[in-house]
Design a protein around this ligand. Structure first.
Ligand code: PGA
Length: 251
């Protein structure tokens, strides 16, 4: 299985920054072994589609509504994302859960809608520091996975991102990532839960990305772990050189 490295630009970059990023990144990431996706803000998706043409770089959104259309002021629908050429959509990111009150029930509806509309959801799961310190990590991960993936029969287009909330940089490059051993332990656990939901073969073939302060200095060792199938990269994906370095370390 090829590694997937996805950039989560969050609420960063306007057209100018995106265009100079892509110009530089396309040169630096030539010949990489990984699949690459970039999830920019909604407003520049259409222009990004032109910038990445012919490069193999895929696009993703950072969120969506579960309805195809309707009276939902300020929301973006899966049909709109599909039309613009998105392949992926990040769903259930911890910042959506924490700052915008998203709950598993809503995320579940979004996953089903994404799949029905031909988008590939990247479902984010992960524990807070307090949950980790009180030994609740496995319960949290299991509940999030079961709640968000129930009634779904086919795991084929689903990607999971394990994002321990305490390791997410939120723009602070000094935040420490999970160690490769801690990350691997959670990834293995996630794979076991997926096995219970979808069966052994489907679980084996589902990508589980790691997210949380992945950067050039730690990407190689994290990505060398048997159950880490790629990365969801925030802060370090904003710079073409550092994102390309991460891409080039994915074998
Ligand atoms: P980070 O963000 O790489 O800046 O820690 C990852 C994420 O939140 O997806």
């Amino acid at each position: 299985m090829k590694k997937l490295i996805a950039a989560n630009w969050k609420m960063n970059k306007t057209m100018e920054g995106a265009s100079s990023f892509i110009g530089e990144f396309r040169k630096l990431a030539k010949g990489s072994d990984a699949e690459i996706a970039i999830c920019p803000p909604f407003t520049i998706l259409a222009e990004m589609k032109k910038l990445v043409a012919g490069s193999g770089i895929m696009l993703g959104a950072q969120n969506m509504h579960f309805e195809a259309s309707g009276a939902y002021t300020g929301e973006i629908s899966p049909l709109m994302l599909k039309e613009i050429g998105c392949e992926y959509v990040i769903l259930g990111h911890s910042e959506r859960r924490e700052f915008f009150g998203e709950k598993d029930e809503q995320i579940h509806k979004k996953i089903i809608s994404a799949l029905n509309n031909g988008l590939k959801p990247i479902l984010c799961v992960g524990e807070t520091l307090e949950q980790r310190q009180t030994q609740k990590t496995e319960d949290v991960l299991e509940n999030q996975l079961i709640n968000c993936l129930k009634d779904i029969k086919d795991a084929k287009n689903i990607t999971i991102a394990y994002e321990p909330v305490w390791a997410i940089s939120r723009g602070n490059a000094n935040v420490k990532s999970a160690t490769k051993a801690d990350a691997e332990e959670s990834h293995l656990f996630i794979r076991k839960v997926l096995e219970g939901i979808f069966g052994e073969e489907a679980a084996r073939n589902t990508r589980i990305l790691y997210g949380g302060s992945m950067k050039p200095g730690n990407a190689k060792e994290l990505l060398s772990m048997p159950n880490i199938d790629g990365g969801l990269v925030g802060n370090a994906s904003l710079d073409a050189k550092s994102f390309a370095e991460i891409i080039m370390s994915a074998k």
